[in-house]
Design a protein around this ligand. Structure first.
Ligand code: HEC
Length: 180
């Protein structure tokens, strides 16, 4: 007597595996909140393939990949992870996150080249290599001091790039010093 139930459960489990998502019953349409290029074909889950031209595909990608905010979100997360790694004296992990911070900022600069001058002068050619050397030295005192210099550079660039309100936030407040 459980057979229909078992069959329904099996079908529900199998559908996603087959790549079939149950239809919502609502016609797909472009969002109102974002100016994606208009197109001839109906919009679909094949959001790049259904575009009319490569120019429109690239425009969709540009919108989707965002600007400097998304890499900065990652930088913020990795900056906190670096702080924790230093507290744990886990220099391998500290080195790992520090490399990814550089990657994330450079990736952001590909998208927002207007920020390159400050990013390089203040951070990538200055605070970044100093911290990198400190981590590789495994000298705890030097690393802790250098972290303070890094924090100062984050704050300075936010002021220079006209987003000083970024600095009044827990991420920087809670990393002002290390516990004794
Ligand atoms: C080029 C100078 C520059 C440097 C260096 C920089 N930032 Fe930023 N940061 C910005 C800008 C500009 C924004 C705002 C981005 C936007 O408006 O799209 C930002 C935004 C942020 C945000 C908010 C992201 C969000 O949308 O939630 C965080 C967090 C952040 N930065 C952390 C850091 C940390 C931590 C460092 C240092 C390790 C750092 N930033 C270094 C320029 C910089």
């Amino acid at each position: 007597m459980y057979r229909p139930l078992i069959a329904a459960v099996c079908l529900a489990l199998a559908l996603p595996a087959l790549g079939q998502v149950p239809a919502t019953g609502q016609a797909p349409r472009a969002p109102k909140g974002i100016k994606v290029p208009p197109q001839q074909k109906p919009v679909s889950n094949a959001w790049l393939r259904d575009a009319d031209s490569d120019a429109d595909r690239f425009r969709k990608l540009e919108i989707y990949l965002r600007g400097f905010d998304q890499p900065m979100l990652e930088v913020g997360q990795r900056y906190l992870a670096l702080y924790e790694a230093i507290k744990d004296r886990n220099w391998g992990l500290a080195d790992y996150h520090w490399d990814k911070v550089k990657l994330a900022i450079n990736g952001g600069l590909i998208k927002r080249p207007g920020r390159t001058a400050n990013a390089e002068a203040m951070f990538l050619d200055a605070a970044w290599p100093e911290m990198d050397k400190a981590i590789k030295s495994k000298d705890e005192q030097r690393i802790r001091e250098q972290f303070g210099a890094v924090r100062g550079t984050c704050l300075a660039c936010h002021a220079a790039e006209k987003v000083p309100f970024m600095n009044e936030s827990p991420i920087f407040r809670n990393t002002a010093e290390f516990p004794r």
